[in-house]
Design a protein around this ligand. Structure first.
Ligand SMILES: NC(=O)c1ccc[n+]([C@@H]2O[C@H](COP(=O)([O-])OP(=O)(O)OC[C@H]3O[C@@H](n4cnc5c(N)ncnc54)[C@H](OP(=O)(O)O)[C@@H]3O)[C@@H](O)[C@H]2O)c1
Length: 320
């Protein structure tokens, strides 16, 4: 089965089917080196977020590429995300402007609501655990639509929303969500949600496409229990394809389901490996074997329960 190199989005925007993720990379040298290498070898899609605290580094790298003339702005697809503190109608524009300033860009290609819940926001407020806040997705969405009108973002979408939440926006919006970014990999294949999005013209982007092998490191860093997240076994042996690595097989499985993937790596050979997935095909038997590894909800890794009080919020998106 063919895998597309770009996914079509509204307004003629094309999203490259493999992008580079940047979560948990806030070290300047590490991120600059990884992004420069990725751009050198042909990556044209970068995924960042306000909360990753690395937009400014992404911005400095891009500025260098644009001012040297090696790339033009329109050559690179940049996604960033509205943090939970911004999921309020009065704060959408404020946060997008902050992100654009960090990124040194006039526009992003995709602006996503990072998570369906809101946290209270106090500008320069006291440190400490943030409190959850009420949110009204339709009012917030209208503000995102306005950001398309102003040209600050080419397209808008959501992340970590469930089918009910997306459907509510679909039925009450002038500009439809163009993208859903969700956790999606071999162990959490999200078949129903993917089908619903594709039927509604929504591009699906898989985060943690490799099963986020470093997730336990993150939980340990923030002092949380890792017991519910056992290390993932290698799975290349589950299909006949032997010329490619486990990561390449996992990414190709997504591409052949018409899903975009944004693997994160700061390791050159892995960055290269992760985009070298367009010269082979998984046959029907391999696809079937990989499909069978789906564990449904038991495969979820990034469940956000590490964020205090999220789970009790009325817009909590995942099964309780
Ligand atoms: N919207 C959301 O809520 C959300 C949530 C989570 C993630 N994301 C986005 O999705 C991106 C990807 O997710 P993720 O970073 O959690 O997980 P991931 O891409 O599934 O896994 C990244 C991990 O896999 C390792 N890795 C990368 N390529 C590899 C390869 N070819 N072979 C073996 N190991 C490899 C990386 O190590 P090295 O870096 O050491 O090479 C890193 O530890 C994020 O960076 C972020 O941009 C979005």
């Amino acid at each position: 089965m063919a895998a597309k190199i770009f996914m079509d989005m509204p307004g003629g925007v094309k999203m490259p089917a493999i992008g580079i993720g940047t979560w948990q990379v806030s070290d300047e040298v590490e991120l600059v080196t990884a992004l420069n290498f990725a751009l050198e070898i042909g990556y044209r899609h970068i995924d960042t977020a306000f909360v990753y605290q690395n937009e400014a580094i992404v911005g400095r790298v891009l500025k260098e590429w644009f001012s040297s003339g090696k790339l033009k702005r329109e050559d690179v697809f940049v996604t960033t995300k509205l943090p939970a503190q911004g999921v309020h109608k009065d704060r959408v524009e404020v946060f997008l402007k902050k992100s654009l300033e960090n990124l040194q860009l006039d526009y992003v290609d995709l602006y996503l609501i990072h998570f369906p819940l809101a946290l209270k926001h106090v500008e320069g407020g006291p440190p400490g655990p943030p409190e959850v806040d009420e949110t009204d997705h339709l009012a917030v969405w209208k503000k995102l639509e306005e950001q398309v009108d102003t040209g600050r973002t080419k397209t808008i979408g959501v992340s970590n929303f469930n089918k009910i939440q997306i459907d509510r926006i679909l039925k009450n919006s002038r500009i439809k969500p163009s993208c859903l970014q969700v956790e999606l990999h071999i162990f959490l294949q999200q078949r129903e949600l993917v089908q619903f999005c594709h039927q509604n013209g929504i591009v699906v982007v898989a985060y943690c496409p490799l099963g986020s092998p470093a997730f336990n490191k993150f939980l340990t860093k923030i002092g949380k229990d890792t017991a519910r997240h056992p290390a993932r076994p290698s799975r290349r042996e589950d299909c006949q394809q032997t010329q490619k690595t486990t990561a390449q097989v996992a990414l190709r499985h997504l591409l052949q389901r018409s899903i975009v993937a944004i693997p994160k790596s700061v390791t050159p050979n892995r960055i290269k490996e992760n985009i070298d997935v367009f010269d082979f095909t998984l046959d029907a038997e391999d696809m079937k074997a990989l499909d069978a590894l789906d564990r449904g909800e038991n495969g979820r890794i990034c469940d956000f329960v590490h964020v205090a009080k999220f789970k009790d919020h009325p817009e909590w998106p995942f099964p309780k």
